[in-house]
Design a binder for this molecule. Structure first.
Ligand SMILES: *[C@@H]1O[C@H](CO)[C@@H](O)[C@H](O)[C@H]1NC(C)=O
Ligand SMILES: *[C@@H]1O[C@H](CO)[C@@H](O)[C@H](O)[C@H]1NC(C)=O
Length: 333
């Protein structure tokens, strides 16, 4: 792996302290203690600050969601719909305000978002919230305060074309609308206040990833997005080949960006400055969320180990302490 010199190069550029930090995450769930499979993904937080991820079990149990904290246990399994494969989770803030516990789950095989609700006795019911066979996956989802859902898709091809990535909206009524098509999209997140939507886009040439960028859109109350603007191009720090995976924001609008294959999560300011490079204990982090009692503990998930091949091994979780709570946790309070 090539050395990443973000903080040092920033120092050279402005010739002083840049405020950029090299940090290290701590293992929470290790290969020895894990009850998750290698496709662990879709990190999310509930009102209590508990962290969830998909692929509880082993590499064959793709229709499961597990609670990482306070103890590793099965939260939900879809036993009704054949082929279900979950990749993303978000807990509803609108429903939390009504004292209801509702989560939205992205199923990339059946091209749908499933809504699950936990009642006061702990019983779970589920139903389709939105579905459309033309949605590429969905791969991950971002949940607006008012209940609208933004989805990203991802199709790996040797040579990326426009249409290997997409952005969709699920309206509050469960209708779907395509908002944009582009190269291979992945990470998706809203800023605090739902003013901006961030989406990552990667390009592959001859089976090699050559570009990774983050775009920022202005979000309108209708759900329409406009003013697409390049937020950050990783070519500018010589790491365009590292795939972006999950993106999450804190209440100050800083973004946490997973770099799958880079053993790293970056903390970036709303202006696109790299504030910290957080080293993870495994090579392939997939997604992140801020949780814990105060909503400030970043939980990073991915398959355990260094250079573990895709689909092998088990799922690991690292943590790192942020100076502010996450957007998602904060909306649930
Ligand atoms: C994509 O690349 C892989 C490895 O380089 C190759 O085996 C495969 O045939 C290619 N697929 C297409 C559709 O060209
Ligand atoms: C991709 O492969 C083709 C055929 O082998 C070659 O002509 C082309 O230069 C390669 N492109 C890149 C960007 O490596």
């Amino acid at each position: 792996m090539s050395l990443k010199l973000y903080c040092i190069s920033a120092l050279l550029l402005i010739g002083g302290t840049s405020g950029c930090l090299y940090e290290e995450a701590k293992p929470l769930v290790t290969a020895e203690t894990s009850k998750f499979g290698p496709f662990i993904e879709g990190t999310s937080v509930d009102k209590e600050g508990n962290i969830y991820a998909v692929n509880f079990g082993d590499s064959t149990t793709l229709a499961t969601i597990g609670a990482v904290t306070p103890e590793q246990r099965l939260f939900f399994e879809d036993t009704q719909t054949p082929g279900t494969a979950f990749n993303g989770i978000r807990f509803g803030a609108k429903e939390a305000a009504e004292n209801r516990k509702v989560a939205y789950l992205a199923d990339y095989k059946n091209h749908r978002v499933v809504q699950v609700e936990v009642n006061s006795k702990g019983e779970i019911t589920s139903k389709n919230f939105c579905a459309n066979p033309n949605i590429i996956q969905p791969n991950d989802l971002a949940l607006a305060q008012d209940g609208r859902i933004f989805l990203s898709g991802m199709k790996f091809q040797n040579n990326t074309q426009v249409g290997d990535g997409d952005i969709w909206l699920c309206t509050r009524g469960g209708r779907t609308r395509r908002l944009d098509v582009m190269g291979r999209t992945n990470g998706i997140e809203l800023s605090p206040g739902d003013k901006y939507l961030y989406v990552s886009e990667a390009l592959d040439r001859n089976s090699t990833t050559v570009s990774n960028r983050i775009w920022r859109y202005r979000v309108h109350s209708s759900g329409r997005i406009s003013h697409k603007k390049l937020f950050f191009d990783f070519d500018s720090v010589h790491t365009g080949h590292l795939n972006i995976d999950g993106i999450r924001s804190d209440i100050n609008g800083n973004l946490f960006v997973v770099r799958h294959g880079g053993q790293e999560v970056l903390k970036m300011s709303p202006k696109g400055r790299i504030l910290a490079s957080i080293k993870v204990s495994f090579t392939f982090p997939t997604n992140i969320e801020l949780g814990g009692e105060k909503g400030t503990t970043l939980h990073i998930v991915g398959r355990c180990g260094i250079d573990t091949p895709d689909g092998e091994g088990v799922g690991c979780v690292d943590t790192w302490e942020n100076d502010a709570p996450g957007r998602a946790w904060s909306l649930l309070q």
